[in-house]
Design a protein around this ligand. Sequence first.
Ligand code: SF4
Length: 412
Amino acid sequence: MNYPQSAYLHIPFCHRRCFYCDFPVVPLGDSARGDHGPGSNSIKSYLDMLFRDISLTPKGLPLATIYIGGGTPSLLSPSQVANLLDHLRSHFGFQYGAEITLEIDPASFDKVSLEGFLDAGINRLSLGAQSFDDVVLNELGRRHSSRDLLEACDLIQDSFKRGRLFSWSLDLIKNLPCQNLVSWKRQLLKAISISPPHLSIYDLSIEKGTVFAWKMSRGELSLPNHDLSFDISRITSQMLKEAGFARYEISNYALPGHASRHNRVYWSGASWWGFGQGATACPWGKRFSRPRTRDLYKEWLVKQELALQRNSLDSIEKVQAIPFEDLLIVGLRRREGVNIKDLSRVLGWDNNQLRLNINLLKMFWEYPLEKGWIKQNGWRFYLTDPEGMEISNQILVQMLRWCEALNCSSSD
Ligand code: SF4
């Protein structure tokens, strides 16, 4: 049995909820902190639950990647992060050189707390920048200003240069309301001038129940149209390529040696542990999520503890194998694409079926293949950059139609 070698820990607390966000977060107010003051009791009792959650898990292989995400995990104090890592280390052990990432937001840490996080063992940071423009930050409902962001970048870049960090990433959002090519280029140039070794650039997506969804329903959001959004993506790929970044996944760019090892685990279909409210885990290729609310998570923990006493973890009994189409979707986002032969093992196709099914897939993908938006190399298919990656949604939809035609869903 191959035990996971990666772990995701979810810290659901934020100062406040941003206007586009539908994550399972608990807004604690602008002055919340983990060690004392507003919100600290809530954070402490949550960490106790997280420790219990970790203890419930079978001990397996030492971890190679750990990702503390949220939420705003930098609301935790350095000693809370150290405790969390100690707990994880004593349960699983860490491999030499393990990548340990902390998501961090501007205006939620200073020089002292940053040093504390690094002393605790964090060696990679992911900074939620989103934009360098104060008007945009305000429209997104973010708490930080561009000045906070630049200060955060300075502190992090200084730690990176001193060798205290293996790497760090800066996150931006594109396709925002009223964004145009000129304003987006300005954002990118600013990001490039700061020289983070990794950039994640996500498209804004409008999620149900958010302020943005409400504004959208009232016609108050003017989002870039298809052509502008295509131009924004094209220019992003081009400018970052010229700056030395490789696009190793649709939304992720890295300088050589700085691709996120943890994220590659998700995209490769490998297993990982997941801990905390709303966290998704995928041990042994079987995926399940913990409850998204605090009360339900608490109940779930009690149930699991009782089940453990009976020697049967309920969660493991009820989980689903990752569907074949999901493996294809995440795999095709990567620069190296997907090896259909490898993935189809879960479906038990023999070589003859594989050949017939791939011929059918090529009929669904006839146009993008002819245009050179998808390339084939043996059993492997991959999207070209930027053309294929820019129209990835259409290509994925055609692929899902193929799955539907084959009725291919993986069995447990
Ligand atoms: S800081 Fe991040 S997780 Fe928290 S509300 Fe904003 S977008 Fe969501």
